[in-house]
Design a protein around this ligand. Structure first.
Ligand SMILES: [Zn+2]
Length: 251
């Protein structure tokens, strides 16, 4: 790690020490360090398949079969993913009451696995570790859906109402979830330090929340391996892996 990066990490920790309300906003970068692939990044093997839009998923049995097939292939790739130092550092901030919760674009459930309670993780793109019925909302476990899919080749339908079942993620073309969006806004407005960790800040609404925080008077820190469009308005940019930069909080 070069000297500039080390200096930036020192400054990051000084800012964390001074802050009263720290709100982390996380993206794929924090989880790639746990071996979870970044599905949206260019060059990702997952981007060779065009995403299945929500409308197509609803309209076509074939699209649903393809969606489940891809889902289970992906799951096999990150089945063993565990929270890393970055996740654990943020969990410590929440446990110590220095942060009210984490806003995330990730669907991997690793913030919860790191010890943050369900209501302390605001998931903007939903959760890929279980499924729900689109008609009645009933929760379905993936293990049961997979066993049935592999036995019959049929996409899951709801055992309660026979409705269409889908992973609890937000697909392309699907409306943003209202409750998490409201809570994310609330948390964003409460921050005096807004800590972006591992998001390239291009997907809506990721690009807007840090701007809202900044306009509301929060300090904005962007911790990401690559440059982002919001770097020019950040109070501090740290160009680094997340885990090493935050590790000392995790103890
Ligand atoms: Zn149902």
């Amino acid at each position: 790690m070069d000297e500039t990066t080390q200096d930036a990490i020192e400054e990051l920790h000084a800012m964390l020490d001074r802050a009263r309300v720290i709100v982390p906003f996380t993206g794929a970068g924090i989880s790639t360090e746990s071996g979870v692939p970044d599905f949206r990044s260019p060059g990702s093997p997952w981007m060779t398949n065009k995403p299945i839009p929500f409308e197509a998923f609803l309209a076509s049995r074939e699209a649903r079969i393809e969606a489940w097939r891809r889902k289970f292939v992906m799951d096999d790739h990150y089945r063993d993913a565990r929270p890393n130092r970055g996740h654990r550092a943020l969990a410590t901030l929440v446990a110590e009451g220095r942060s009210p919760g984490v806003i995330t674009q990730n669907i991997d459930g690793l913030h919860q696995a790191s010890g943050i309670a369900e209501d302390g993780v605001i998931e903007l793109h939903g959760n890929g570790t279980y499924a729900t019925c689109l008609s009645c909302g009933w929760r379905h476990e993936l293990s049961a859906i997979r066993a049935e899919f592999e036995a019959s080749g049929e996409p899951a339908s709801c055992m309660m109402c026979a409705g269409i079942v889908k992973t609890a993620t937000i697909s392309f073309g699907q409306q943003m979830p209202q409750q998490p969006m409201l809570r994310a806004h609330e948390l964003t407005m409460s921050a005096d330090l807004y800590l972006v960790a591992g998001s390239s800040l291009v997907v809506f609404p990721a690009a807007t929340f840090p701007v809202i925080a900044k306009r509301n008077g929060a300090k904005l820190v962007i911790l990401n391996r690559e440059a982002t469009d919001l770097d020019p308005i950040a109070d501090l940019v740290v160009r680094s892996e997340i885990g090493p930069a935050l590790a000392r909080l995790a103890n």
